[in-house]
Design a protein around this ligand. Structure first.
Ligand SMILES: [Zn+2]
Length: 892
């Protein structure tokens, strides 16, 4: 899955520990192995409900009179069990990759020697149903036949309803534990089975599912048709999907596999870009994994209402519209990059996750870390000029910052209940795990690592595996202690700090310790964590730093000593004063852009940990002001902006703005306006500077923002699409009600989902209190999809200018917000509330959410409170430093 990307995790974020996890085992009792499901689903999209019948073939390990499976919001009808003759067990081993074969169990009742009716007992807290039989069922194969009814909910999970003005859609989202809302099942990832899916739908609707359509026949009643899909290979329940509606698709082919990209009929024109990406990715992965794409077809479908970013259902990948649909010609570069990455992420899961699946959710990180690492690797191979390396470096630095918080968690974490499992989908499972995988690949070498991946996958085809299986394979193939490295990063929380000390010839003294942000030391329960770290020196090789090591013996051969080559290492580096000065002096000529991003990241982090001053960071930011890489510029200016909004008081902020205008204004002016056929990174650089100067109230940039916004409203095509979003945001900050109305019309009329989302976000930039109020009321109205509602509130909570008003609104309207909230949206609001910066606000947030607890947000709340504490402490420590620096730099 890819998470929704509305609230971009800020540089001040912290993570939370497991505090008081509920030990409430909700796993199925075992002893029952499902082999095959035959499902027939009849939805009524008008009445928002459905009927189902299913037959599940299971094997009982021992005689039993009770079988427990998962079910939630399901109303059971008749339930029967049929006992198979003993001899048939050996004969009916399902074929693991048996897609496209017709179902063989159409009329199995003739084989059954015995049948009986079950009594059903529901345990809604555990989301389980127990079927009890008067006479014990013998060991061996049994078919359960279940008739049931369910609801098409509006919570964006299970089998749910998605609507446009023109049509109703019935769609599914099962990860992690919501297949049980669509059909009673053994809903655990290790309990793989094959599936025959049949849907009975209106004549005007189509259905897309994991496999190809095998039969499509009119009936059983007039105005309906019945669609039977080919048998799936063995797979986990959370990867099953079906989508009902009037989707239309563009079609292509890659390595002989038919690929479709589908959307609601009005958005067909936006599917071509993703189709090109998917075709390229499929061929790339066929070669990378050395295993052919395992399904007979691939569909990628954009859904109007979708909670996450995307979901890797086997052969039937679903997306939020903005993550799949983009104008191939006129879409902005960030929008195209985003789609390319998301498509690459979900397609990587088809092998890594779907074909081979984690045994249990504690290893979710292996799935998501791998796909996160692979998404930019594949996208960068497809579009080498898009500077993905710098994006990855920026993301890694953001995660390192979060992971330095007192309340962080280890990558691998126990999770038993649906709420605990759900909370695992965080930046540690995605970003940190991805960064650790990238570090290992950089160390063992691209080709060796690929062989390790192949060895791991081919040993577990259509099965399940654990992290030990993965690093075991990597260790065997490479002959390097990958297991030691990965175990130290996966099982211990936090970030290593490596201090590089005095040099004697080519030997460098080293020391490692856990890197913890200021004031958090007491919260971590740190236990002297030590890591096994591959340290790669710029212009030199890598050396494995074990916990016992006190020196790197052969490290300082290159003229410039920079100890994180390519910025791939997951650690913070600290140098002696002289070494650091030499690195800064040579940064523009001696370091790659990703390394300069890492350098800025390290300096920023050291300041946050009390090992440096805000002035030292600002000096470094000014030292790279002529940098022509947009990632480096963003890494510098983004944090300067944070200093203004989080550390500075109003007077200091005005003085800092003056410095930004003075230092960066000429850089922006020298760039000039947009030119035809200019490189993409040139436009990105201009955008970064434009935004920072606008935020620093540069009069020329403000006037330009106003002009571009008026141009956009009058329907002119923007000459520089990259900066339109920033221009509208800047203009909105000072905008009036007339402008607000205008923008709202853009939101309502926009056909392009990216454009619509950008306009929607821009509503949150208005600062006039009566307009902030309108946005808040709009966010909880029926005019905003629940998938977007929390994003609007979150953005308002995240900004200094609007957060107080948004917070008051949240507390007064919590009932409405909760009613509209989906599985994760409550947690996102808890997360956004972490943007405050005073102890008083911390207490307010703590007491409010203590009185109004949010599901799956225990760790998120601890993390938010931690973030507020850290900000308050940082402000207290660095405000005088900032004032000193401003005095010295003529900020007046
Ligand atoms: Zn994923």
């Amino acid at each position: 899955m890819v998470l929704g990307r509305w609230v971009v995790v800020g540089l001040f974020c912290g993570m939370a520990a497991l505090g008081g996890a509920r030990i409430e085992a909700q796993r199925l009792p075992g002893g029952v192995r499902p082999e095959h499901y035959a499902l027939t689903i009849t939805p009524d999209l008008g009445k928002a409900r459905f009927e189902g019948t299913e037959k599940i073939d299971v094997v009982l390990d021992a005689p039993t009179s009770a079988i427990t499976l998962n079910a939630a919001e399901i109303e059971f009808g008749d339930v029967k069990a049929y006992v198979w003759p003993a001899g048939l067990i050996a004969d009916f081993k399902p074929d693991k990759g048996a897609q496209d074969k017709p179902p063989v169990w159409d009329e199995p009742t003739q084989f059954y020697k015995d049948s009986q009716i079950a009594t059903v007992t529901l345990d809604s807290a555990k989301e389980q149903a127990t079927l009890t039989f008067a006479r014990p069922l013998p060991a061996g194969r049994v078919t359960l036949e279940i008739a049931y009814k369910g609801i098409l909910n509006d919570k964006l999970r299970g089998f749910y309803l998605s609507k446009t003005k023109a049509h109703n859609y019935g769609v599914t989202q099962f990860e992690s534990t919501d297949a049980r809302r669509a059909f009673p099942c053994f809903d655990e990832s290790a309990l793989k089975a094959t599936f025959d899916v049949t849907l009975v739908v209106d004549a005007g609707d189509t259905v897309i599912s994991n496999t190809k359509v095998l039969r499509d026949e009119p009936g059983p009643e007039p105005g309906k048709h019945t669609i039977l899909f080919a048998r799936t290979p063995e797979m986990s329940t959370y990867l099953v999907a079906w989508l009902v509606g009037d989707f239309v698709c563009s079609e292509g082919k890659s390595d002989g596999v038919p690929i479709r990209v589908c959307a609601t009929p009005d958005k067909l024109a936006l599917t071509e870009f993703a189709l090109d990406a998917a075709k390229w990715d499929l061929h790339y992965y066929d070669k990378y994994f050395g295993i052919k794409y395992p399904m007979a077809k691939l569909d990628l479908i954009a859904i109007p209402d979708f909670e996450a970013g995307a979901m890797e259902n086997f052969g039937c990948i679903t997306f939020r519209e903005t993550e799949l649909l983009v104008d191939a010609k006129n879409g902005t570069l960030p929008a195209r990059k985003e789609v390319a990455e998301t498509v690459a992420h979900e397609m990587a899961h088809q092998w890594f996750g779907d074909l081979v699946t984690p045994q249990w959710w504690d290893n979710l990180w292996l799935n998501e870390g791998f796909a996160t690492w692979m998404e930019s690797k594949a996208a960068a191979k497809w579009r080498p000029k898009w500077d993905y390396e710098q994006d990855v470096a920026m993301e890694r630095n953001g995660i390192l910052d979060e992971d330095a918080a007192g309340t962080t968690r280890p990558i691998r974490q126990r999770a038993e209940t649906p709420a605990e499992i759900n909370e695992l989908f965080d930046d540690i499972a995605y970003g940190k795990a991805g960064a650790v995988i990238a570090m290992v690949e950089n160390w063992v070498g691209e080709e060796q690592f690929r062989k390790g991946v192949q060895a791991y996958l081919s040993a577990h085809l259509y099965g399940n595996a654990t992290a030990e299986d993965f690093w075991g394979a990597q260790t065997r193939v490479s002959g390097l202690p990958v297991d030691q490295v990965m175990r130290s990063f996966v099982e211990q929380p936090g970030v290593p700090e490596v201090s590089f000390g005095a040099r004697q010839g080519v030997t460098v003294v080293v020391e490692q310790q856990r890197f913890i942000e200021r004031g958090a030391e007491s919260k971590t329960g740190a236990q002297g964590e030590q890591w096994t770290i591959p340290v790669c020196v710029k212009g030199d090789g890598c050396e494995l730093l074990t916990p016992q090591a006190t020196a790197m013996k052969d490290a300082a051969k290159a003229p410039l000593f920079y100890a994180n080559a390519n910025d791939k290492g997951y650690y913070r580096a600290e140098y002696t004063k002289d070494e650091f000065a030499a690195i800064v002096a040579n940064a523009e000529t001696g370091l790659a852009p990703a390394e300069r991003i890492g350098l800025l990241g390290d300096r920023w982090a050291l300041m946050r940990a009390g090992q440096g001053t805000v002035g030292e960071f600002l000096d470094l930011a000014l030292a790279v002001k002529q940098d022509n890489d947009p990632g480096v510029m963003e890494s510098a200016l983004g944090r300067v902006g944070l200093i203004g909004s989080r550390i500075a008081n109003d007077d200091d902020r005005a003085r800092l703005d003056a410095v930004v205008r003075r230092e960066f204004g000429p850089v922006y002016a020298a760039l000039g306006g947009p030119r035809k056929h200019e490189p993409d990174d040139h436009a990105e650089l201009r955008e970064s500077l434009f935004e920072a100067l606008g935020n620093a109230r540069d009069p020329a940039v403000m006037a330009e923002a106003e002009r571009l916004t008026q141009q956009l409203f009058s329907g002119q095509k923007p000459a520089d699409p990259m900066i339109v979003d920033a221009a509208v945001a800047l203009a909105a900050a000072k905008g009036d009600a007339a402008m607000y109305d205008r923008l709202l019309r853009v939101v309502h009329d926009a056909k392009d989902p990216d454009f619509r989302e950008a306009a929607l976000r821009a509503l949150t930039w208005f600062e006039a209190p009566e307009l902030v109020k309108r946005t808040l009321e709009y966010a909880v109205s029926d005019e905003v999809r629940s998938q977007d509602s929390w994003g609007l509130i979150g953005l308002l909570l995240g900004r200094r200018e609007t957060q107080e008003q948004a917070w008051t609104f949240v507390r007064q309207h919590w009932g409405e917000i909760e009613m509209r909230s989906t599985e994760n949206s409550g947690a996102r609001i808890v997360q956004a509330a972490g943007a405050f910066c005073t102890v008083e606000k911390r207490d307010e947030v703590a007491s409010f959410f203590a009185a109004h607890p949010v599901e799956s947000a225990e760790r998120t709340l601890a993390k938010s409170l931690d973030r507020i504490d850290e900000c308050a402490q940082l402000r207290a420590a660095q405000e005088p430093e900032l004032q000193r620096w401003l005095e010295a730099h003529g900020g007046s």
